[in-house]
Design a protein around this ligand. Structure first.
Ligand code: C2E
Ligand code: MG
Ligand code: MG
Length: 561
């Protein structure tokens, strides 16, 4: 290979005609120019090439042969294809490709190459003019991982979609779960290294013709042509294995990945929609518990959009002082005497059309968006105000308030509650905080510390929905409380099922043995109530049999009877 030849330019060669331009542009930092004389194959390179790359000379005799040894081996075919395309193309057509090129510092960086053939006065190909640009300078590549970025992904996907009317395949987004926590715990340098390593690992496990891109923050993306969902699941499992490697770097690191996939042309056939759908699918995977891949689903998408709309409305409502929220109160009865002893405050929300929305539909939304924090303050403020009023009729009247784990993350909560108690001059021992089980607890020490602080103020602590979801025995072992609320699921069939009866009876006995009071939720008929009172020895009963959740105006009439 004779790439190191020192060539002389013929006086009337097309290259000598443009040499002046090359000299003028030689100091350009971002772009490297080249021109090829079609008849001789001679190539002229702008001088900045020599400044930044180890190329032999700025006049060489064969462009492809000169460049190839500097191109990342997996990308050499890309260059070769582009050159073949150029030779076949009619003058004026732009040929474009992207590949990794070795620079003087011994590092490979992404560059884009575009070139066009110019014709002489007879229309015959005369000169190829081209430019190579470093993509990191054009912000096309991610500086941490060296992968191409969102912009480049969009361009590549567009080319893929336009490549043939029958183009079909899948767009896959991979997002790191809890990566922010990794950054915060171990520092950004560690986070960057982990990302770099991960980018490399994922690149290695992807089939060679699939390119990995890095989107914003901690999200990767790629697309695969002609692929089935099962194949994507297999690829995703390998990515999950890569995540495990990251975890091993430091034993305590716990970072998983979630994936979202959407198919073209079945789900959509344009870049923007496909990218949005892949992101929605990723969000879906996260909502399902993370560490998994989800496929785009139009029903889910509609629900998601509905939720977004609701989230917007709620945000407005919060900005106006939680205007469309209101509390209902459900009576709690002393199981032994049948007397009213307290109420649980239950949140409701008015939708735009004035219909009342139930909490199961919007509490998860409030939690995810952290809007539960301002709304939580509002709930406490209002429930305490109401309790104080009702204690004029019944001094020991207890109000139970649901507290979601997300609310504990806010450090102001304790101060707020303390201040609220003082302002309203309410006896804190008449307040019950129910920990709802809506989220997994990672840090028991933290939860206990928070609830202990409330307990020290005199507030009673309850574990809500015992037996469901995360409110299980392990939860009970870790979480110290005064009251256990047994979920409705355990009592709805209690008259027919000896098995259920035994569970409830023994759970109550176990709670009593540990000094905890038991409230049974969801009593809908007298027979169940009597059984729980006489056989199971329950302390407090709550259920439709004694009253539905009612607005303050309706509930207050109970005191006048
Ligand atoms: P939860 O705290 O377990 O509340 C009891 C739920 O059971 C209430 O549903 C209540 O209406 C329902 N219920 C009570 N007795 C019966 C019965 O006899 N039969 C039947 N079928 N259901 C009964 P609701 O009001 O829809 O609340 C659902 C959940 O939403 C609550 O479950 C709680 O986890 C959450 N939630 C409600 N209000 C708040 C709040 O202010 N803050 C937070 N963080 N969560 C809340
Ligand atoms: Mg509750
Ligand atoms: Mg409950």
């Amino acid at each position: 290979m004779s790439t190191n030849l020192f060539l002389e330019l013929g006086e009337d060669s097309p290259l000598s005609r443009i040499k002046t331009y090359f000299d003028a542009l030689q100091n350009s930092a971002d772009e490297y120019l080249f021109a090829i004389d079609v008849s001789t194959g001679q190539v002229m390179l702008s001088k900045n090439f020599l400044r930044d790359f180890n190329f032999p000379d700025n006049l060489v005799e064969d462009f492809t042969a000169m460049l190839t040894p500097f191109v990342w081996h997996d990308d050499r075919e890309i260059l070769e294809d582009a050159m073949n395309e150029l030779h076949a193309a009619t003058p004026g057509v732009e040929i474009f490709c992207e590949f990794r090129l070795l620079n003087r510092d011994g590092e490979y960086g992404w560059v884009s190459l575009s070139m066009t053939t110019g014709a002489d006065e007879f229309g015959a190909p005369e000169l190829v003019a081209g430019v190579i640009a470093r993509m990191d300078l054009k912000l096309k590549a991610d500086y941490v991982t060296g992968l191409l970025n969102r912009n480049s992904f969009q361009n590549a996907l567009m080319r893929e979609l336009n490549s043939s009317p029958d183009a079909r395949g899948a767009v896959i987004f991979v997002g790191l779960d809890n990566f922010q926590l990794v950054n915060e715990t171990y520092g950004h340098e560690f986070g960057d290294n982990a990302l770099k390593q991960l980018a490399q690992d994922i690149t290695n496990i992807l089939p060679p013709d699939i390119r990995l891109y890095k989107l914003d923050n901690d999200m990767f993306a790629f697309f695969v042509a002609d692929v089935y969902p099962e194949e994507i699941e297999i690829i995703f499992s390998s990515i999950q294995l890569c995540m495990r490697e990251i975890r091993n770097v430091e034993d305590t690191i716990f970072c998983t990945a979630s994936g979202g996939a959407t198919f073209y042309p079945d789900d959509a056939d344009d870049v923007i929609t496909l990218m949005r759908y892949a992101e929605v699918a990723l969000e879906f995977a996260r909502q399902k518990g993370k560490d998994q891949i989800a496929f785009f689903d139009s029903d889910y998408y509609e629900r998601w959009r509905y939720d977004l709309g609701m989230q917007n409305l709620m945000q407005n409502s919060i900005a106006r002082g939680c205007e469309d929220f209101f509390l209902c109160y459900q009576p709690q009865i002393d199981a032994k005497t049948g007397a009213l002893v307290g109420a649980e405050a239950l949140l409701r929300w008015y939708d735009r059309d004035g219909s009342v929305v139930a909490p199961m539909q919007f509490i998860p939304l409030l939690e995810r968006s952290r809007m539960i924090i301002p709304v939580g303050h509002w709930i406490i403020e209002n429930a305490v105000t109401t309790a104080k009023k009702w204690q004029e009729f019944m001094p020991r009247f207890e109000i139970s308030i649901n507290i979601s784990l997300y609310q504990l993350e806010e450090h102001m909560l304790y101060e707020f509650v303390k201040d609220c108690i003082e302002r309203h001059q309410i006896d804190p021992t008449t307040l019950v905080f129910e920990l709802t089980e809506s989220n997994k607890v990672y840090d028991w020490d933290f939860v206990n510390k928070q609830f202990n602080a409330f307990h020290d103020l005199g507030i009673k602590i309850a574990m809500d929905d015992f037996g469901m979801g995360y409110a299980n025995l392990a939860f009970m072992k870790n979480f110290r409380c005064n009251q256990v609320k047994i979920d409705r699921a355990f009592v709805e069939d209690i008259l027919n099922s000896e098995y259920d009866r035994n569970i409830v009876k023994h759970v109550i006995a176990m709670c009593h043995a540990n000094g905890m009071e038991v409230c049974i939720e969801g009593i809908e008929d007298e027979a169940t109530y009597i059984f729980l009172r006489d056989v199971c020895d329950a302390d407090i009963i709550q259920g439709f049999y004694f009253g539905y959740p009612e607005t303050e105006d309706v509930f207050v009439k109970r005191f006048n009877k």
